[in-house]
Design a protein around this ligand. Structure first.
Ligand SMILES: *Cc1c(COP(=O)(O)O)cnc(C)c1O
Length: 461
């Protein structure tokens, strides 16, 4: 773990950094012939990992970088558990079951006796399973009606997270991209009738768009699908990719109806390792009812003396993260989650309003959905520098605040984004603002364009 100390194995106590392996370049791409002392190998790997920068100052990632010391202790004690060994670790398996049921309850599953879910390695796997269930459901229905199952399609915004591009590619489902434009930066149901047909397996709605943090309005999208059903008879369901928002909305926007309260929502996925507040990697997916998860996707194994259904793309994966998730559920309860998420929202809005006031920036979102917001540079305001330059300047101070192009059709729009996670305190946020002001002042003083190498787009999903 982070605080583990290197133990010097060397009998004659050669000082660290002067031991034999530490004075030479160690192999990069091939195995060495011999061994290294454990302490030396530890020091080398530890020190190379330091070059990654400080995870807590990484404002690009959504993934948890802080857990308390009890969680760290539990983690250290349970790192050896394999989630798939449900017969060896029945207690861990039972806890997994409890966790997704608790999430189903949080998301208003209509009948707790008739629902199904699982942990996954993250939202990506959870989204794949959600997408696969939609596809299988469509296939089985079409087969029963004697219709073709050749050309499944799925309707989604061009600004989805990359896992959906993988889903359509790996599982051969035609993506019906709904383009983003200046009026519609996310999927809101407009023109949906142009994309949906009898081969549509479902529509994806994102609660917490990666690019901006915005919520796609599940209820409006659903209402549009109601209209389409009235006109055409097509009954198209929704998978909610709630990677971030499914852990924010239930606590901080409880009146917002985006979950199983919307009858068209078939399944919901989330990342336990984002605002579920667990270290990477754990995700979750829950289906409205057993009917929405075709039985042909479920593998029945006799564990725990009963019949435990399993479904997953992976086989072995860490069980510790599932235990950590349950730890957080118990430790925090609704009150604790609300306090933490609300604090992140408060810090996000403190930051976004201060950034708006700096002058050159225009907010795209302000951090009142999930605690994530993005901004652009006002058009023509600052001809000598770009948001990429600001990213570089802030990086020199240790902050990672990514700039990146918006999705496809708005690819020439550059955004910069901050993800406020638990651990970015109000105090730390003030230091960030001070550094931003200094760097903006530096950039504004340039009397010619900031010199840079041609930059290839890098986007932090
Ligand atoms: C992060 C994210 C994903 C992918 O989640 P992982 O847990 O990293 O696999 C999918 N969708 C959205 C909206 C996300 O924010």
């Amino acid at each position: 773990m982070e605080n583990a100390m290197a133990v010097n194995n060397d009998p004659i106590e050669v000082p660290v950094f002067t031991q034999s392996g530490e004075k030479t370049l160690l192999p990069r791409n091939e195995f060495a012939d011999g061994l290294l002392p454990a302490a030396t190998a530890y020091q080398i790997v530890h020190d190379q990992a330091m070059l990654d920068g400080n995870a807590r100052l990484n404002l690009a990632t959504f993934v948890t970088t802080y857990m308390d010391k009890e969680a760290k202790l539990l983690y250290a004690q349970t790192v050896d558990k394999n989630m798939i060994d449900k017969d060896e670790y029945p207690a861990t398996a039972a806890i997994e079951d409890r966790c997704w049921r608790m999430l189903g309850n949080l998301w208003h599953v209509p009948n707790p006796e008739d629902t199904i879910g699982t942990s996954t390695i993250g939202s990506s796997e959870a989204c794949m399973l959600g997408g696969l269930a939609l596809k299988r459901h469509w296939q089985e229905k079409r087969k029963a009606e004697g219709k073709s199952i050749e050309k499944p399609n799925i309707v989604l915004s061009t600004a989805v997270q990359v896992c959906w591009e993988k889903f359509t590619n790996y599982f051969e489902v035609e993506p019906r991209w709904v383009p983003v434009d200046k009026e519609h930066l996310w999927l809101d149901g407009h023109d949906l009738e142009k994309y949906v047909d009898e081969n549509t397996i479902g529509v994806v709605a994102i609660m917490g768009q990666t690019f901006t943090g915005a919520y796609e309005p599940v209820k409006e999208i659903s209402a549009k699908l109601d209209e389409i059903q009235e006109k055409t008879g097509l009954d198209v369901k929704i998978h909610v990719d709630g990677a971030s928002g499914a852990f924010i909305a239930p606590f901080c926007q409880p009146e917002l109806e985006w979950d199983f309260r919307v009858p068209r929502v078939a399944s919901i996925s989330t990342s336990g390792h984002k605002f579920g507040l667990v270290y990477p990697g754990v995700g979750w997916v829950v289906w409205r009812d057993n009917e929405r998860l075709p039985d042909s996707m479920v593998f029945h194994c006799a564990y725990l003396g009963g019949d435990l259904p399993t479904l997953a793309l992976n086989f072995s994966r860490p069980g510790a993260q599932v235990l950590l998730q349950y730890y957080q559920f118990l430790r925090l309860g609704r009150e604790g989650y609300r306090a933490i998420q609300q604090n992140c929202l408060d810090v996000a809005q403190y930051l976004s309003s201060a950034i708006a006031e700096m002058g050159p920036f225009e907010l795209v979102t302000k951090g009142d959905t999930i605690p994530v917001f993005a901004w652009t540079l006002k058009e023509g305001a600052s001809p000598n520098w770009t948001l990429y330059d600001l990213e570089d300047r802030l990086r020199m101070k240790g902050w990672q605040v990514p700039a990146y192009p918006m999705a496809d059709d708005l690819g020439d729009m550059t955004l910069q984004r901050i993800v406020v996670r638990n651990g970015l305190s109000h105090d730390l946020a003030t230091l960030l603002l001070n550094d931003m002001k200094t760097e903006v002042a530096f950039l504004e003083k340039l009397d010619g364009p900031m010199p840079h190498e041609e930059r290839t787009a890098s986007f932090h999903h």
